[in-house]
Design a binder for this molecule. Structure first.
Ligand code: KG4
Ligand code: ZN
Length: 379
C-alpha cells in the first residue's frame, strides 16, 4: 500500500511516499529554519506563507522521486492537529483538494502519532530523502534517478507491544503507553514548557542560534556537564515541568557572571566566555536528559509488561538522550529511536502512522469536512 504523507504543522513543508508503513519511496522536506534563524523563532504568518509557496513543488517532487503518479497512490494522509493554525490549514486544504480531484481516500493524522510511527520507518540509505531550504526552484529541477527505491535496505527490527513512547518535541513532552497499534494512553505530560521549548529558551539565554536544541547539543560537546548543578523539578509522579529548569539556568548564568537577577536574559550572552557557554549547555543538556530518563524509569515500574521503549519527536535526535536511554534500558528492553532525519517533522512518519491506522480498521475522513485544531490530545 503506497501512501502520500503531507506534513505542515510548524515550519517544515514535507511530503513523502511510503510503502506498507516502512519502506521509503521518497521523502522531501523544505525547512524554513533559515528564515526563522533571523528572527530567533517561528513567526506563524510567515510560516503559513512559506508553506503555501512550497507545498505543491514538494508534493510534485515526492511523487517524482518515488516514480509514481497519482494513479499509483492508495491514499493521502495529512497532519490536522496539533500545530500552528495557518500552517495546518495549508497542508490540510491541499490534501483535501487532491483527495477530491484525484478521488483518493483521505486520512487525517495526529502529529504525535506520526512522531511515534517514525520508529517503524526503515533507515533510509537510498538517497530518496531531500532536505531543502528556501530554494524552491531546485525542487522542480532536481528529479531523482529512476531506480533509487530499489536499493532499500533489508527490513530492520520493529518495536513490539506493549511499549512506552517518550514523545519529546518543541510543543510536547509526554510518556504514552501503547498496548497495541493505534491505542494511545497518556500516562505523563508536561505541566508547563515542553523540553524542546526549554532547549530553545536556554539557547537564547546562552546566545546560541535557533533552533536551540541542535545548537545547545553542538555547543555542549566541549563543555563540562558536571560544572553547574541544576535542580530536578518536583512534580507529581509521571508528569514533567521544564519552566523551572529554564529559570534555574538563567539564575545560574547571572550568578556566575556576578550580575543582578534583573539583568535581562538577552544581555547575558555578551558576558559569557565560550567555555562558560559550553559548560552551561552541557550541564543543562545533562539535567534535561536525566529528568526524561528518570520519568521513564518510574513509568516502567508501573508497567512491568513493557517490551519496547520508543523515543520520538525533535528532541529524540539528541545524542546524549539516546546514549542515556541505551545505557539505562537496553539490557532489559528493546530501545528504538528514529533515524535522525525522521526525528524532526517529515511526511514519511505521517504516511507510516496512517498505514497502521488503515490496517487496524480506521476509515477515511470526508475531504469536504476535515477540519484542523491547534491543540488536541492524542487518543
Ligand atoms: O518534532 P519537532 O521537529 O517539531 C515539533 O513537533 O515541535 O521538534 C522540534 C524541537 C525544537 O524545540 C528543537 O530545538 C528540538 O526539537 N531539537 C533538539 C535537537 N534537535 C531538535 N533538542 C535537543 N537536541 C537536539 N539534537
Ligand atoms: Zn513535530
Amino acid at each position: 500500500m503506497k501512501i502520500l504523507g503531507i506534513e505542515t504543522s510548524c515550519d517544515e513543508t514535507a511530503a513523502a511516499v511510503i510503502e506498507d508503513g516502512s519502506k521509503i519511496l521518497s521523502n522531501v522536506i523544505v525547512s524554513q529554519i533559515d528564515i526563522f534563524a533571523e528572527y530567533g523563532g517561528v513567526i506563524p504568518e510567515i510560516a503559513a506563507r512559506s508553506h503555501l509557496e512550497a507545498i505543491l513543488p514538494v508534493i510534485h517532487k515526492a511523487l517524482n522521486a518515488a516514480n509514481l503518479d497519482w494513479s499509483n497512490l492508495d491514499a493521502i494522509a495529512v497532519t490536522h492537529t496539533p500545530g500552528l493554525m495557518g500552517s495546518l490549514l495549508i497542508g490540510t486544504l491541499t490534501a483535501r483538494t487532491f483527495a477530491i480531484l484525484k478521488n483518493k481516500p483521505l486520512y487525517a493524522v495526529h502529529h504525535l502519532k506520526s512522531h511515534i510511527y517514525a520508529n517503524w520507518l526503515e533507515e533510509d540509505s537510498t538517497k530518496t530523502s531531500t532536505t531543502l531550504s528556501k530554494d524552491l526552484a531546485q525542487i522542480d529541477q532536481n528529479q531523482s534517478p529512476k531506480n533509487e527505491q530499489n536499493s532499500t535496505p533489508a527490513s530492520s527490527p520493529k518495536p513490539t507491544f506493549p511499549l512506552l513512547a517518550l514523545v519529546v518535541s518543541g510543543g510536547h513532552t509526554q510518556i504514552i503507553y501503547m498496548q497495541a497499534h493505534n491505542h494511545f494512553e497518556i500516562i505523563g505530560t508536561t505541566r508547563d514548557d515542553a523540553v524542546g521549548e526549554c532547549f530553545d529558551k536556554v539557547a537564547k539565554i546562552l546566545g546560541l542560534p535557533y533552533p536551540g536544541g541542535p545548537a545547545v547539543s553542538a555547543c555542549a560537546k566541549t563543555g563540562d556537564s558536571s560544572k553547574y548543578h541544576l535542580p530536578h523539578p518536583k512534580v507529581d509522579y509521571l508528569d514533567f515541568s521544564f519552566s523551572g529548569l529554564k529559570t534555574a539556568v538563567l539564575r545560574a548564568v547571572q550568578s556566575e557572571l556576578g550580575l543582578s537577577i534583573k539583568t535581562p536574559s538577552y544581555e547575558l550572552k555578551n558576558h559569557l566566555s565560550e567555555q562558560q557557554q559550553a559548560d552551561f549547555a552541557a550541564s543543562f543538556q545533562e539535567t534535561a536528559c536525566d529528568i526524561l530518563i528518570e520519568k521513564l524509569q518510574a513509568a516502567l515500574t508501573d508497567h512491568p509488561d513493557i517490551k519496547s521503549i520508543v523515543l520520538a519527536g525533535g528532541v529524540s535526535a539528541n545524542q546524549i538522550l539516546r546514549q542515556k536511554a541505551l545505557a539505562t534500558f537496553s539490557k532489559n528492553y528493546q530501545v528504538f529511536f528514529p533515524a535522525p532525519k525522521f526525528s524532526g517533522d517529515n511526511g514519511a512518519m505521517v504516511a507510516a502512522a496512517t498505514y497502521f491506522e488503515i490496517t487496524n480498521g480506521v476509515k477515511p475522513i470526508n475531504p469536504y469536512t476535515l477540519s484542523i485544531a491547534p491543540r488536541t490530545p492524542i487518543e
